[in-house]
Design a protein around this ligand. Sequence first.
Ligand SMILES: [Zn+2]
Ligand SMILES: [Zn+2]
Length: 186
Amino acid sequence: MALPKPHLTEVPDSGLSLVCEVQPDELALGPDDGRVQGELSLSVEIAKAGTGLSVTGVLTGSFLRQCVRCLTEYEDVVSLPFAVEYRHEESPARGRPKSPGAEARDLPELEDEVYLFDGERLELAEMLREQVILTTPMQPLCHEDCQGLCPVCGQNLNERQCGCPGEGLESPFAVLKAKAGKQKRV
Ligand SMILES: [Zn+2]
Ligand SMILES: [Zn+2]
């Protein structure tokens, strides 16, 4: 089933709950945004909030990532809770009605959690895409205590110890490699 685009008139006052599967290509996710294994599952609650909508829910799925230390690919099952607000494009986008004396420049910037919509159909794709990107780790690790690769022989030290002499004793080249490896871990 394709990602629903509920019309505002389809959202009853009591709110609307949807559960569906989402294909990764519906979110236009690139290879750097995490490679989704199979489908994502979406569970979402849509409620009216003034002239806008409050949208909360959870997106769950399995992503294939590559560990920055040992370069092994691993599956990362994640559940991304979100709580955002959709505001009608034509309504004052900056929230609160202007109270006398309030200066325009004091109004807060449009927060990250606020999305604009045309007041008719709710487009969830862009918001969900951002949720995925925001939670993609910059430094993915297969395990927090991943041992990484031996800087000398390249052995994956999670699998076995290779018995290479200690750090950087072999050659200046190994020292450099070891340093490069360390920098990546920061
Ligand atoms: Zn690793
Ligand atoms: Zn080694």
